[in-house]
Design a binder for this molecule. Structure first.
Ligand SMILES: Cc1cc2nc3c(=O)[nH]c(=O)nc-3n(C[C@H](O)[C@H](O)[C@H](O)COP(=O)(O)OP(=O)(O)OC[C@H]3O[C@@H](n4cnc5c(N)ncnc54)[C@H](O)[C@@H]3O)c2cc1C
Length: 386
């Protein structure tokens, strides 16, 4: 029978980061299992690639404070690109309550060491994006170290380096069963045969609840469709601008290639494994685009290039990280609620630390993210969700 010190189920950006961090810490027998023939067919390949530290809770800010410098040093450290571009995130407020919210968040961000974030006046916002309609803009917040990465490149970088140092990647291999002995993890079942292991990590993205169910665990992670619309080449707005978030309605956009990538989270979307792109979404997003940036009414869109993917939603929009109390040896790395690409480095470090040492210093209180919080009713709501 095959054996592994750790079996990771799912080789997206999260599973590959965990594999790299484990091997970096000296673990030499890690098995990374992916059911698809290629990595990145889950949420990772559908992501907008935004990275930001402008969050509302300490634990999310701290995860970004590990992850963003990691992305900045990725090429130097791993010798492969993350495509990190520090173009910033600009939150545009149109109501006094938005400004209060941004100010409160920024005070917390600064207290945790995010010195670069700052509040902006309407005039300063218009200097950054002169084409923005600003008659109702009251101000906003900006952090220049926020920006974008290419999640596929990051996943490939982590996997390539992990595989050189003690990780084996099995593609086209579905984990079909998780075995327990005396209550704790003892192995997994796959079409290639059983694998004996004391430690399993659930890195199955939107399919996390199904993977947890194999171990008899009820994990509250649900798939929720998100759609993105890339535009044809457009140079009416600078390509050096940040990710711009219109807080009026959640419309956001960033430069992508020679055009722009448009996003809006439709509040009427319902939970389910729907990954088809709905063509009527184009009109909805373009309406909001032209409302905030009038020259965007000239944008051309090829519907065939638009796509949909799945967020993996947790009940409080925070990741679920740590060992499941009911099954020793089963670790969760799930429920990122739209932040899995930006928080993959911190997740890799935290989960690797917890497996190898039982503790981590990446965040002050990792217990806040533990799977136990749902049974205890100790939810921790994140409101800065896009
Ligand atoms: C449209 C969209 C935009 C987004 N934008 C952003 C953004 O701007 N910034 C950001 O940080 N995040 C963003 N996200 C979220 C981010 O993409 C995800 O949080 C992240 O990719 C999750 O990575 P993962 O590795 O956990 O999951 P995935 O990439 O889904 O990987 C999970 C893998 O597990 C495999 N798997 C599942 N079950 C099994 C099994 N039983 N056996 C073997 N393999 C299995 C799947 O095949 C899959 O490849 C976005 C997501 C979407 C859909």
């Amino acid at each position: 029978m095959q054996t592994a010190d750790v079996v990771i189920i799912g080789a997206g950006i999260v599973g590959s980061s965990i594999a790299w961090h484990l091997t970096e810490a000296g673990c030499r027998n890690v098995l990374l299992v992916e059911r698809e023939s290629h990595q990145g067919k889950g949420s990772t390949g559908k992501s907008m690639g935004g990275v930001r530290a402008q969050f509302a809770t300490a634990v999310n800010i701290q995860m970004s404070l590990y992850s963003i410098p990691f992305y900045a040093a990725f090429q130097e450290r791993l010798g492969l690109p993350s495509e990190y571009r520090a173009q910033g995130y600009l939150f545009v407020a149109t109501r006094p309550s938005h400004l209060d919210y941004l100010r409160t968040n920024q005070a917390l961000q600064k207290s945790l060491g995010l010195t670069q974030a700052r509040m902006l006046t309407r005039e300063e916002i218009v200097e950054i994006v002169p084409q923005l309609r600003s008659d109702d803009v009251l101000g906003g917040s900006f952090c220049p170290t926020d920006g974008f990465v290419d999640p596929d490149s990051v996943m490939v970088g982590f996997t390539t380096r992990a595989c050189g140092h003690g990780t084996t990647l099995w593609r086209s291999t579905d984990v079909t069963g998780i075995k327990r002995q005396n209550g704790r993890i003892s192995g997994v079942e796959t079409p290639r045969g059983p694998v004996s292991t004391p430690t399993v990590v659930n890195a199955s993205g939107p399919w996390a609840a199904q993977t947890a169910a194999l171990a008899g665990i009820d994990l509250p992670v649900e798939p929720l469709r998100r759609m993105l619309v890339p535009t044809e080449p457009f140079d009416g707005v600078s390509h050096a601008i940040p990710m711009v978030v219109d807080m009026t309605n959640g419309f956001h956009f960033r430069p992508e290639s020679l055009g722009f990538l448009l996003a809006w989270n439709d509040p009427e979307e319902t939970v389910g494994y729907k990954d088809n792109f709905e063509p009527s979404f184009i009109e909805k997003v373009l309406l909001r685009a032209a409302d905030r940036v009038p020259c965007f009414e000239n944008l051309a869109v090829n519907p065939k290039r638009a796509w949909a993917g799945l967020y993996e939603m947790s009940p409080d929009h925070h990741a679920i990280l740590g060992q499941a109390p009911e099954v020793p040896g089963f670790f969760c790395a799930n429920g990122f609620s739209g932040h899995g690409a930006m928080h993959a480095p911190a997740t890799g470090k935290i989960v690797s630390d917890l497996i190898l040492t039982g503790a981590t210093s990446v965040v002050n209180d990792v217990e806040l993210l533990s799977p136990e919080r749902f049974a205890k009713g100790a939810l921790l709501h994140e409101t800065a969700v896009l």
